[in-house]
Design a protein around this ligand. Structure first.
Ligand code: NI
Length: 165
């Protein structure tokens, strides 16, 4: 297992669209383990996409279990994730390991229905809400080359320096 360097804005590789995962072999398993190790050592990290370590494959990990009093599924490895349904809208604060100095206020769906493969290729469906749903929407954006910065309604009003939060 290796902790990988995280790309930061404005690295152009963060804007590329990731490819579907089709090979769940040893190289992919190593990538999953490396991504998990990288998230584990990152302060504030509740999720990470393979894009953030420069690998353009549709793989994200999410673990919001450190947040108090919310519904969640624990640590999840989500491969080729697809949002099937959205409900409601809520604005909330987000950070990103690729935008380390800032926090943004972003509008996301409140609830999502999600389909994803696990690290061995098995499909699963999830109903997610609140902070976990937000985190997954944020991570899937990375796979499509988007950062939370692209979703701010107003850069002046909705972007804050992390040190002032
Ligand atoms: Ni991010």
């Amino acid at each position: 297992m290796a902790v990988l360097p995280i790309l930061t804005y404005p690295d152009p590789r963060l804007q590329r669209v990731a490819e579907p995962v089709i090979d769940f072999g040893q190289n992919f398993q190593t990538l999953v383990d490396d991504l998990l190790a990288t998230l584990r050592v990152s302060a504030h990290g509740v999720g990470m996409a393979a894009t953030q370590v420069g690998v353009l494959q549709r793989l994200v990990i999410v673990d919001v279990s450190s947040k108090a009093n919310i519904k969640h599924h624990g640590l999840q490895v989500l491969v080729n994730p697809e949002i099937l349904d959205w409900q409601g809208f809520a604005s909330g604060r987000e950070g990103c390991l690729s935008v380390p100095d800032y926090i943004g206020t972003v509008i996301r769906a409140k609830k999502i229905q999600l389909k994803a493969q696990d690290r061995h290729g098995q499909w699963r469906e999830y109903a997610m809400e609140g902070y976990e749903a937000r985190a997954v929407q944020h991570e899937i954006d990375h796979l499509d080359g988007k950062l939370f910065l692209d979703r701010l309604v107003s850069k002046k009003r909705d972007l804050m320096l992390r040190q002032f939060i």
